[in-house]
Design a protein around this ligand. Structure first.
Ligand code: SF4
Length: 105
């Protein structure tokens, strides 16, 4: 699998301070505690421990994200990385397929 290409994403709940800039990307929603969560294709989210599309630490593959608009994989990868870079608290973590952290660096 290629390195340095966004593959999965998670939100660190401790770091998320509800700045909500990420909501503009239609990838995230705020939960009841005003923390950003990732919505997945199966109607669940990254914070649901029973969600098979999310790892225990909340990582979701970009291909498993719920995406209301029709975007290509490349566009989604770009959006995920861009949203992570815009989060003022570095709460959005992006990894490549090898598990290398691409953001925050
Ligand atoms: S921009 Fe960052 S801090 Fe704000 S809601 Fe999104 S993840 Fe949380």
């Amino acid at each position: 699998m290629p390195e340095n290409i966004p593959h999965s994403v998670a939100v660190d709940r401790e770091m998320c301070q509800t700045a909500a800039i990420c909501l503009a990307y239609n990838i995230y929603e705020l939960d009841d505690e005003s923390k950003a969560i990732l919505l997945t294709k199966n109607g669940s989210n990254s914070d649901d421990p029973s969600n098979i599309l999310a790892t225990r630490d909340g990582f979701v593959n970009i291909t498993d994200l719920l995406n209301g608009e029709s975007k290509t994989l490349e566009e989604m990868q770009e959006m995920v990385l861009e949203s992570a870079k815009l989060c003022p608290f570095n709460a959005i973590i992006v990894r490549d397929a090898e598990g290398n952290q691409l953001w925050p660096i």
